[in-house]
Design a protein around this ligand. Sequence first.
Ligand code: GLA
Length: 686
Amino acid sequence: MTNILGGPGLIHGCDYNPEQWEDVPGIWDEDLRLMRLAGINGVALGIFAWSRLESADGVYDLDWMATILDRLHQTGVSVWLATPSGAKPNWLALAQPEVRRCRSDGQREAQQNRHNHCLTSPIYRRKVAAINGRLAQRFGRHPAVTLWHVSNEYSGCCHCPLCYAAFRAWLERKYGSVAAMNRAWWSRFWSHDYERFDQVTCIDQSVSGLHVDWKRFVCDQTADFMAAEVAALRPHSDRPVTTNLMGFHEELDPARMAAVCDVIGWDAYPDWHGRTRCSNNADTLRPAFGLADDALVASETAFLHDLNRGLKDGQPWLLMESSPSSINWRQVSRLKEPGVNRLAGLQALAHGADAVAYFQWRKSRGAAEAFHGAVVDHVGHEHTRVFREIAGLSQDLALLAPLAGTRVLNQAALLYDWEVRWHQDLWKHSRNADKDYPGICLQHYLPLWRRSIGCDVIGARIPFGQRRLLIAPVLYMLRPGLAERLAAFVAAGGILLCTAPCGVVDQDDLAFTGGQPGPLRALLGVWAEETDCCDDGAITLEPTAGDPLRLGTQAGGGICELLHAEDCEVLATYAGTWYAGRPALTRRKHGAGWAYYLGTRGAPALIDTLIERLAEQAGLQPVLAGLPAPVTAHRRADAVFLLNWGRNAQRVRLPEPMRDLLHPGEATTELELPAWGASVLGSGRD
Ligand code: GLA
């Protein structure tokens, strides 16, 4: 019943910007009336309110915030209080140029937009600490405040002299000497040896080790900035902190931010009725799996929910933003069809969220986001479809309050290593197109998702725990110690799947010597002598005699490693090419478990069948079997969520009588899910 923030039940919330409406008499009263009606019980307050909180250097006015905080509290609405660093006020940005970012050509940006402050500037850090301290001193123990919403969507980097100086100091701490840095970066190549740290900028695209270091530095600097924000709050407030993360946003490793957060929160803007972000892959996935586009969008969203939950290994998390209807920053955005907002909200809960929140409460009248979806439209009243649907979902959340605080942990996991993508994108090789690490990982997650088998998505530092199946696509870069941990997982009885390209470079972006897949060569029992590249799906794979996994003839391609089966069983070989007969899929028994290796990018049908078989071998069961596509089932604590990702109603037969937790009544063994319908079921026994 107690949610991750220590309050009762589940949170249904939104970003609230009352400071934009102060000149409209009575509008705050109306907001509170409408919040009560909509069942909104949480808001994020003050995210972009700096200029209203501090209208000139040192001129603070926090009284309006005190008033609205008290009123929200009286209304039963809890508050995620924001620190306002995401948008810097004009008076600061114009008086202190160093707070504005420099682009990679060294040019300082004009004051504009948001999320574009220098991460290093002492002046910005001082001003942020001052306003954060003021907020915390005044409101850090306010009974309405349950969480600090620190900044907003940290992102991007700055190339100013201060940031470069900090980068060079970071390099000096990391390497100790320029000689060690040169060795790690292989900078003798093209004669780019550095003589001193102060020669380093991050312009030189030819030194790939430098680039991954720059990305790591930017992550560290962002996490350090956030930690400094939190440090300014702490003397006055012990409330938990978070910041809103952003899906596959490539540049910022969320694991670094997670270390500073007490709770994980992320902003989800799936392209409902549009396409998935992994669209290259979607073109092959759609026909291969017979899934409609929305089911693919749903699977991508599920993956990201799981990835965010994985940042704190199953701890409940917060859906901090989503749109109640459409968004305004894609070329074309569809409205969410009736039912989809509820479906998406229940999906987040099924994946372990304790909060479903929206950007935004009320549509602003002007500026950049006036026409972005909101709970309250410009028309200003509650008689809208969107408002009714939000109010309906509030009722569901109230009924599901017992789920608050419960963890979701699965017996299968997919290893998603953020830094692998950085390294792989820098890989200059015979196949430079469509590297698409997120899309490939998603493809390996889909077989479990569509069969309603729960799968965690975990970063490389999360312990594998008691899991039975671990899917590790494309470990192109292998961190120190990971091969040993994977071997221990398999030895203890786990089933591991690795896929090509694997074990190519180390964390410095240096190729492993001693043969691919580097430190995994012994565990997998293969050596990849050469790598051919071709179109996806262009190569046939034939099973070996007996076909123990019942794979049949399949397709692979993209990347085809010419493997030597050094110490493993060969399950499939390439066919119809000059390297026909060479191993393509292998497995090796190690201790009580099995390590599988696929030396090519499997076509969707191969991945689907292979992962189905590995799940069987691992003894994994679907939450519910035999569901009609596109219905999926998900377990959280004792509840089973049934989600229909399609426009047609679907009949679902249950293996035993279950109760509909959202429509209390008799237990049933059959139910009908309407278009975009969702049910949450509990045990039929009393
Ligand atoms: C982001 C931001 C919000 C808002 C929404 C619009 O997630 O955090 O402030 O701009 O996008 O979709």
